[in-house]
Design a protein around this ligand. Sequence first.
Ligand SMILES: Cc1cc2nc3c(=O)[nH]c(=O)nc-3n(C[C@H](O)[C@H](O)[C@H](O)COP(=O)(O)OP(=O)(O)OC[C@H]3O[C@@H](n4cnc5c(N)ncnc54)[C@H](O)[C@@H]3O)c2cc1C
Length: 312
Amino acid sequence: MLQTVSKAFFHILAGSKTLKRTASRYGMRPRGFARRFIAGESVEEAIEAARQIEAAGLLVTLDHLGEAVGSVAEADAATRAYIGLLDRIASAGIERNVSLKLTQLGLTVDRATCVDNLRRILDAATAKSFFVRIDMEDSPYTAVTLEIFETIWQLGYRNAGVVLQSCVRRSEEDAAHMNALGARVRLVKGAYKEPTKVAFQAKSDVDAAFLRIMKVLLMGGHYPAIATHDSAMIAATRAYAAERAVAPSAFEFQMLYGIRRDLQASLARDGFRLRVYVPFGREWFPYFMRRLGERPANATFVLRSLLSERRA
Ligand SMILES: Cc1cc2nc3c(=O)[nH]c(=O)nc-3n(C[C@H](O)[C@H](O)[C@H](O)COP(=O)(O)OP(=O)(O)OC[C@H]3O[C@@H](n4cnc5c(N)ncnc54)[C@H](O)[C@@H]3O)c2cc1C
């Protein structure tokens, strides 16, 4: 209940232009409050963060933050930025794995343009052996995201995967469908405030669905990613994998940059694959607000550092 209210509250705040301006001014300074969750505004900073994560024995996926662009020109710029990012990653020698959002590629402007942009990125990614994860956004985009994924899958792209949210009621069925297709799925709880009609509201229901889908993916999926910081979900996944003799190399855990680094390290020590999602770029505000909404305690820490920044 608290989490639902908190998500809704931070969703409203995320729309505030004043707050965005203030946050953007202070958040990414050298010791700014947003740096806990965002690797930096530049590609160089993201690559440096990725190198450190890899040196600690963890895997990475880089996300050039951005969403809901408002024009074909902006979508084109985001597409070119992603293609440039692939080059930078390849020459830096870090793992070739990125995540992106379809509204960043123009989904809300024109669906055909978005598919063209995605194909431009996937063509470049194929040539350089990258894996591209298509993030899942809020529920107005669930069906269209999965449809576009299936279109590119039918076109023969095999270096892409999707995300399913356990809060979304249809996800269990989608997981079975993705398994049948042979596609790689990242399972998450879901970061958006959603209506009751499409999504479970109670944490206990979201968690129960997470566990059901985790089992569907572990038994019939294709190298699934179990993406959560919830130690109960992780313990249940480990127990189920052991019970069903699913090898630790047949799936991976994923967590977000800056969250539960202790748990990230301990899973890697125990021989599990752990991928860190490394977000970077100038458009970090909506992503940052979703992280605050998940854990209201984070907001206290931000307020404190914002007040001391303004006094300085
Ligand atoms: C790799 C990765 C990719 C993701 N991709 C997507 C996506 O494409 N679409 C989407 O909707 N969502 C995505 N998410 C976000 C996800 O949906 C959840 O909102 C987020 O992971 C929090 O849920 P949880 O599973 O960690 O469980 P929760 O029950 O929310 O949290 C469990 C525990 O984790 C810790 N924790 C969780 N969040 C925070 C935080 N913000 N700050 C500090 N501690 C925290 C706390 O200790 C908390 O008690 C992704 C998450 C990960 C890890």
